[in-house]
Design a protein around this ligand. Structure first.
Ligand code: AMP
Length: 172
């Protein structure tokens, strides 16, 4: 099965900029069996732990995170790019593999004492996830771990995420 998941991720050289090998997950998402399997595996990363909410990262992270939250029967919370969330936000700037960005979280989206699972499609340099993790914990919630469908291991994103348990399904 892992081979089939692997084969459903398409490599696009030089997208969106020269030198970036973009991991295109759309063939995987379009396959019902493989998409379901990817959600099963992401859910399994939190086996045996209480999860109160799943936080997903704009934009491809929403696809996985929302499905994981639904499967677990818990709430979904978006971390979004600057200016997209309508209510009071907390924001943080970070640099990513191609460019710079600010991510925001609604101030009332997570609460002290809640157990949060962070989900994104891909861990590259770890800047995005580290910023999201900091936003979550700055609101007093407990980050039980971060789960990525894909990890680009050479970029050492794990190091930026500190001591949180980090899980990935496919590694390149
Ligand atoms: P980073 O902050 O460097 O870990 O970047 C992670 C975010 O950027 C993820 O949300 C991905 O959607 C996106 N991303 C970064 N690099 C790639 C890549 N090579 N292929 C696809 N998405 C990427």
């Amino acid at each position: 099965m892992i081979d089939r998941l692997n084969a459903a991720v398409r490599d696009i050289p030089d997208f969106p900029k020269p030198g970036i090998l973009f991991k295109d997950i759309t063939p995987l998402l379009a396959n019902g069996e493989l998409f379901r399997e990817s959600i099963t595996r992401l859910c399994a990363t939190a086996d045996g732990q209480r999860v109160d909410k799943v936080v997903g990262i704009d934009a491809r992270g929403f696809i996985f995170a929302a499905a994981v939250a639904d499967r677990m029967g818990v709430g979904f919370v978006p971390v979004r790019k600057q200016g997209k969330l309508p209510w009071k936000t907390r924001g943080l700037a970070y640099s990513l593999e191609y460019g710079e960005n600010v991510v925001e979280l609604h101030e009332d989206a997570v609460h002290p004492g809640e157990n949060i699972l962070l989900v994104d499609d891909l861990l590259a340099t770890g800047g995005t996830a580290a910023a999201a993790a900091e936003l979550i914990t700055s609101l007093g919630a407990h980050l039980i771990g971060a789960a990525f469908f894909i990890e680009l291991t050479e970029l050492n994103g794990r190091e930026k995420l500190g001591n949180y348990p980090i899980h990935s399904i496919l590694r390149y």
